[in-house]
Design a protein around this ligand. Sequence first.
Ligand SMILES: [Zn+2]
Length: 303
Amino acid sequence: MKVCLGIDIGGSHLKYALGSRELGLLISSSIPTPTSDLSSFKAAFRQIVETVHSSQPDHRISAIGIGTPGTIDLERGQIRGVNPNLPFWTGQDPASLIPKELSIPVACDNDANLMALAEAFECEDQQAILGITVGTGIGSGFVYQGKIFHGGRGFAMELGHVCMVPDGALCNCGLQGCLEAYSSLSGIRKRAAALDRAYAKLDPLALLELAGRNQELAALIEEGRIMLCRALSNAIITLDPKQLIIGGGCMDGGLYSISSLEHDIRALLPEVNQHLEVKSAKLGNQAGVWGAIMLAEALISET
Ligand SMILES: [Zn+2]
Protein backbone atom coordinates (compact mmCIF):
# COMPACT_ATOMS: atom_id res chain seq x y z
CA MET A 1 0.00 0.00 0.00
CA LYS A 2 1.28 3.47 -0.94
CA VAL A 3 2.47 5.72 1.88
CA CYS A 4 3.75 9.28 1.79
CA LEU A 5 6.09 11.29 3.96
CA GLY A 6 4.86 14.66 5.18
CA ILE A 7 7.33 17.22 6.58
CA ASP A 8 6.26 20.47 8.24
CA ILE A 9 8.97 23.14 8.54
CA GLY A 10 8.47 25.01 11.81
CA GLY A 11 10.61 27.72 13.40
CA SER A 12 11.83 25.35 16.12
CA HIS A 13 11.16 21.82 14.78
CA LEU A 14 10.87 19.87 11.55
CA LYS A 15 7.83 17.67 12.18
CA TYR A 16 7.47 14.60 10.03
CA ALA A 17 5.05 11.73 9.61
CA LEU A 18 4.72 8.71 7.35
CA GLY A 19 1.29 7.47 6.39
CA SER A 20 -1.73 7.78 4.17
CA ARG A 21 -5.35 8.77 4.51
CA GLU A 22 -6.23 5.07 4.36
CA LEU A 23 -3.68 3.74 6.87
CA GLY A 24 -3.38 6.74 9.19
CA LEU A 25 0.03 7.73 10.55
CA LEU A 26 2.64 4.95 10.87
CA ILE A 27 5.33 7.26 12.28
CA SER A 28 5.11 10.76 13.69
CA SER A 29 8.14 12.55 15.12
CA SER A 30 10.26 15.69 14.90
CA ILE A 31 13.84 16.96 14.99
CA PRO A 32 15.09 20.48 15.80
CA THR A 33 15.10 22.85 12.79
CA PRO A 34 18.71 23.68 11.82
CA THR A 35 18.73 27.45 11.49
CA SER A 36 22.43 28.03 10.77
CA ASP A 37 22.69 27.47 6.98
CA LEU A 38 21.19 25.75 3.96
CA SER A 39 23.53 22.75 3.96
CA SER A 40 22.66 21.73 7.55
CA PHE A 41 19.00 22.35 6.70
CA LYS A 42 19.27 19.98 3.70
CA ALA A 43 21.18 17.42 5.78
CA ALA A 44 18.27 17.34 8.26
CA PHE A 45 15.86 16.41 5.45
CA ARG A 46 18.17 13.61 4.32
CA GLN A 47 18.32 12.42 7.94
CA ILE A 48 14.50 12.35 8.16
CA VAL A 49 14.18 10.30 4.95
CA GLU A 50 16.87 7.84 6.13
CA THR A 51 15.28 7.49 9.60
CA VAL A 52 11.88 6.78 8.06
CA HIS A 53 13.37 4.28 5.58
CA SER A 54 15.20 2.36 8.28
CA SER A 55 12.31 2.29 10.76
CA GLN A 56 9.69 1.26 8.16
CA PRO A 57 11.60 -0.95 5.68
CA ASP A 58 8.36 -2.55 4.43
CA HIS A 59 6.89 0.79 3.35
CA ARG A 60 8.50 2.51 0.39
CA ILE A 61 7.92 6.28 0.36
CA SER A 62 5.85 7.00 -2.77
CA ALA A 63 6.04 10.79 -2.53
CA ILE A 64 7.06 13.55 -0.12
CA GLY A 65 5.01 16.62 0.78
CA ILE A 66 6.62 19.62 2.48
CA GLY A 67 4.88 22.46 4.31
CA THR A 68 6.94 25.64 4.55
CA PRO A 69 6.61 29.13 5.96
CA GLY A 70 6.61 31.86 3.32
CA THR A 71 4.92 31.65 -0.07
CA ILE A 72 5.98 29.80 -3.20
CA ASP A 73 6.34 31.71 -6.45
CA LEU A 74 4.63 29.36 -8.90
CA GLU A 75 6.40 30.87 -11.95
CA ARG A 76 9.91 30.54 -10.53
CA GLY A 77 9.39 27.62 -8.14
CA GLN A 78 11.08 29.62 -5.39
CA ILE A 79 10.32 30.36 -1.75
CA ARG A 80 9.50 33.98 -0.98
CA GLY A 81 9.08 35.92 2.27
CA VAL A 82 10.21 33.35 4.84
CA ASN A 83 10.30 34.13 8.55
CA PRO A 84 13.54 35.65 9.84
CA ASN A 85 14.60 32.35 11.50
CA LEU A 86 15.47 30.85 8.11
CA PRO A 87 16.98 33.66 6.00
CA PHE A 88 18.89 31.20 3.76
CA TRP A 89 15.63 29.53 2.70
CA THR A 90 14.35 32.53 0.71
CA GLY A 91 14.85 32.12 -3.06
CA GLN A 92 15.40 28.32 -2.80
CA ASP A 93 13.58 25.62 -4.73
CA PRO A 94 11.73 23.51 -2.12
CA ALA A 95 12.13 20.31 -4.16
CA SER A 96 15.93 20.67 -3.74
CA LEU A 97 15.59 19.66 -0.07
CA ILE A 98 15.19 16.01 -1.01
CA PRO A 99 18.29 14.40 -2.55
CA LYS A 100 17.67 13.84 -6.30
CA GLU A 101 19.27 10.37 -6.30
CA LEU A 102 16.39 9.10 -4.12
CA SER A 103 14.04 9.66 -7.10
CA ILE A 104 11.07 10.42 -4.86
CA PRO A 105 8.55 12.96 -6.22
CA VAL A 106 8.27 16.07 -4.02
CA ALA A 107 5.49 18.62 -3.63
CA CYS A 108 5.66 21.72 -1.46
CA ASP A 109 3.19 24.32 -0.28
CA ASN A 110 2.74 27.06 2.27
CA ASP A 111 2.12 25.69 5.79
CA ALA A 112 -1.19 27.55 6.30
CA ASN A 113 -2.46 26.27 2.94
CA LEU A 114 -1.67 22.74 4.13
CA MET A 115 -3.42 23.31 7.47
CA ALA A 116 -6.52 24.39 5.52
CA LEU A 117 -6.23 21.33 3.24
CA ALA A 118 -5.90 18.90 6.16
CA GLU A 119 -8.75 20.49 8.14
CA ALA A 120 -10.93 20.61 5.00
CA PHE A 121 -10.80 16.82 4.79
CA GLU A 122 -12.25 16.65 8.31
CA CYS A 123 -15.35 18.40 6.87
CA GLU A 124 -18.19 16.66 5.08
CA ASP A 125 -17.41 18.34 1.78
CA GLN A 126 -14.44 20.30 0.53
CA GLN A 127 -16.33 22.70 -1.73
CA ALA A 128 -15.18 25.99 -0.13
CA ILE A 129 -13.30 26.06 3.14
CA LEU A 130 -11.41 28.97 4.64
CA GLY A 131 -8.78 28.08 7.24
CA ILE A 132 -6.84 30.48 9.42
CA THR A 133 -4.11 29.91 12.02
CA VAL A 134 -3.62 32.65 14.55
CA GLY A 135 -0.37 32.06 16.37
CA THR A 136 2.99 33.82 16.42
CA GLY A 137 1.99 34.98 12.93
CA ILE A 138 -1.22 34.67 10.95
CA GLY A 139 -1.56 32.18 8.10
CA SER A 140 -4.59 31.41 6.00
CA GLY A 141 -5.63 29.12 3.18
CA PHE A 142 -8.66 28.55 1.00
CA VAL A 143 -9.60 25.08 -0.21
CA TYR A 144 -11.86 25.26 -3.26
CA GLN A 145 -13.36 22.07 -4.73
CA GLY A 146 -10.88 19.97 -2.76
CA LYS A 147 -7.80 21.90 -3.91
CA ILE A 148 -5.69 24.69 -2.45
CA PHE A 149 -6.44 28.04 -4.11
CA HIS A 150 -3.13 29.69 -5.08
CA GLY A 151 -4.21 32.74 -7.07
CA GLY A 152 -2.36 33.82 -10.21
CA ARG A 153 1.27 33.35 -9.13
CA GLY A 154 1.05 31.53 -5.79
CA PHE A 155 0.58 34.45 -3.42
CA ALA A 156 -3.14 34.20 -2.67
CA MET A 157 -4.68 34.15 0.82
CA GLU A 158 -2.08 36.17 2.70
CA LEU A 159 -4.81 37.42 5.02
CA GLY A 160 -2.24 38.25 7.71
CA HIS A 161 -0.93 41.03 5.50
CA VAL A 162 -4.09 42.87 4.51
CA CYS A 163 -3.95 46.47 5.70
CA MET A 164 -6.21 47.16 8.68
CA VAL A 165 -4.72 50.51 9.72
CA PRO A 166 -3.13 52.85 7.12
CA ASP A 167 0.32 53.91 8.40
CA GLY A 168 -0.29 51.63 11.40
CA ALA A 169 1.99 49.33 13.40
CA LEU A 170 5.03 47.94 11.57
CA CYS A 171 4.55 44.32 10.49
CA ASN A 172 7.17 41.54 10.21
CA CYS A 173 6.71 41.74 6.41
CA GLY A 174 7.91 45.36 6.30
CA LEU A 175 4.48 46.88 5.57
CA GLN A 176 2.52 48.94 8.08
CA GLY A 177 -0.88 48.23 9.63
CA CYS A 178 -1.17 44.55 8.65
CA LEU A 179 -3.65 42.29 10.44
CA GLU A 180 -0.68 40.25 11.74
CA ALA A 181 0.75 43.36 13.43
CA TYR A 182 -2.45 43.69 15.53
CA SER A 183 -3.97 40.24 15.99
CA SER A 184 -1.10 37.72 16.06
CA LEU A 185 0.79 36.80 19.21
CA SER A 186 3.96 38.50 17.93
CA GLY A 187 1.96 41.64 17.05
CA ILE A 188 0.28 41.81 20.45
CA ARG A 189 3.59 41.15 22.22
CA LYS A 190 5.33 43.88 20.26
CA ARG A 191 2.59 46.41 21.04
CA ALA A 192 2.35 45.26 24.67
CA ALA A 193 6.11 45.77 25.04
CA ALA A 194 5.46 49.50 24.66
CA LEU A 195 3.47 49.27 27.93
CA ASP A 196 6.04 47.10 29.69
CA ARG A 197 9.11 45.49 28.11
CA ALA A 198 8.54 42.33 30.14
CA TYR A 199 5.34 41.67 28.15
CA ALA A 200 7.34 40.98 24.97
CA LYS A 201 7.93 37.31 25.78
CA LEU A 202 4.67 36.25 27.42
CA ASP A 203 2.58 33.36 26.17
CA PRO A 204 -1.16 33.79 25.45
CA LEU A 205 -2.22 32.51 28.87
CA ALA A 206 0.09 34.89 30.77
CA LEU A 207 -1.02 37.83 28.58
CA LEU A 208 -4.65 37.01 29.29
CA GLU A 209 -4.03 36.77 33.02
CA LEU A 210 -2.25 40.14 33.09
CA ALA A 211 -4.98 41.73 30.97
CA GLY A 212 -7.37 41.04 33.88
CA ARG A 213 -5.43 43.62 35.90
CA ASN A 214 -4.16 45.91 33.15
CA GLN A 215 -6.82 47.76 31.12
CA GLU A 216 -4.38 49.02 28.49
CA LEU A 217 -3.21 45.48 27.78
CA ALA A 218 -6.82 44.26 27.72
CA ALA A 219 -7.62 46.99 25.16
CA LEU A 220 -4.73 45.85 22.92
CA ILE A 221 -5.94 42.26 22.93
CA GLU A 222 -9.53 43.36 22.29
CA GLU A 223 -8.36 45.53 19.39
CA GLY A 224 -6.57 42.49 17.94
CA ARG A 225 -9.74 40.43 18.28
CA ILE A 226 -11.90 43.07 16.58
CA MET A 227 -9.41 43.42 13.69
CA LEU A 228 -9.40 39.65 13.25
CA CYS A 229 -13.21 39.58 13.01
CA ARG A 230 -13.21 42.42 10.47
CA ALA A 231 -10.57 40.82 8.27
CA LEU A 232 -12.31 37.43 8.42
CA SER A 233 -15.74 38.87 7.61
CA ASN A 234 -14.23 40.66 4.59
CA ALA A 235 -12.65 37.39 3.44
CA ILE A 236 -15.96 35.55 3.94
CA ILE A 237 -17.91 38.12 1.91
CA THR A 238 -15.27 37.84 -0.83
CA LEU A 239 -14.88 34.04 -0.93
CA ASP A 240 -18.25 32.74 0.36
CA PRO A 241 -16.82 29.71 2.19
CA LYS A 242 -19.16 27.06 3.58
CA GLN A 243 -16.89 26.58 6.59
CA LEU A 244 -14.46 28.77 8.45
CA ILE A 245 -11.90 26.83 10.50
CA ILE A 246 -9.86 28.71 13.08
CA GLY A 247 -6.81 27.30 14.86
CA GLY A 248 -3.33 28.23 16.09
CA GLY A 249 -1.56 29.05 19.35
CA CYS A 250 -3.68 32.13 20.17
CA MET A 251 -6.83 29.98 20.00
CA ASP A 252 -5.31 27.04 21.91
CA GLY A 253 -3.92 29.45 24.50
CA GLY A 254 -7.34 31.09 25.01
CA LEU A 255 -6.35 34.58 23.83
CA TYR A 256 -9.42 34.58 21.57
CA SER A 257 -12.50 32.40 22.06
CA ILE A 258 -14.15 30.79 19.05
CA SER A 259 -17.64 31.78 20.25
CA SER A 260 -16.79 35.48 20.60
CA LEU A 261 -15.09 35.47 17.18
CA GLU A 262 -18.11 33.76 15.62
CA HIS A 263 -20.51 36.22 17.24
CA ASP A 264 -18.66 39.29 16.00
CA ILE A 265 -17.94 37.87 12.53
CA ARG A 266 -21.65 37.07 12.03
CA ALA A 267 -22.58 40.60 13.08
CA LEU A 268 -20.55 41.87 10.10
CA LEU A 269 -21.97 39.44 7.51
CA PRO A 270 -24.96 39.97 5.24
CA GLU A 271 -27.80 37.45 5.40
CA VAL A 272 -26.55 35.47 2.37
CA ASN A 273 -23.35 34.57 4.25
CA GLN A 274 -25.05 33.50 7.48
CA HIS A 275 -25.08 29.86 6.28
CA LEU A 276 -21.39 29.80 7.22
CA GLU A 277 -20.27 27.22 9.78
CA VAL A 278 -17.51 28.35 12.16
CA LYS A 279 -15.39 25.57 13.67
CA SER A 280 -12.26 25.14 15.76
CA ALA A 281 -9.38 23.35 14.04
CA LYS A 282 -9.36 19.65 14.99
CA LEU A 283 -5.90 18.46 14.03
CA GLY A 284 -3.86 20.82 16.20
CA ASN A 285 -0.13 20.68 15.54
CA GLN A 286 -0.58 17.56 13.35
CA ALA A 287 -2.44 19.57 10.67
CA GLY A 288 0.83 20.51 8.93
CA VAL A 289 2.12 16.96 8.45
CA TRP A 290 -1.34 15.70 7.49
CA GLY A 291 -1.67 18.45 4.90
CA ALA A 292 1.80 17.58 3.57
CA ILE A 293 0.84 13.89 3.25
CA MET A 294 -2.36 14.86 1.40
CA LEU A 295 -0.35 17.09 -0.93
CA ALA A 296 2.00 14.17 -1.66
CA GLU A 297 -0.98 11.84 -2.27
CA ALA A 298 -2.45 14.36 -4.70
CA LEU A 299 0.89 14.47 -6.53
CA ILE A 300 0.86 10.69 -7.00
CA SER A 301 -2.72 10.65 -8.26
CA GLU A 302 -1.88 13.39 -10.79
CA THR A 303 1.10 11.52 -12.26
ZN1 LIG B 1 2.50 42.26 7.02
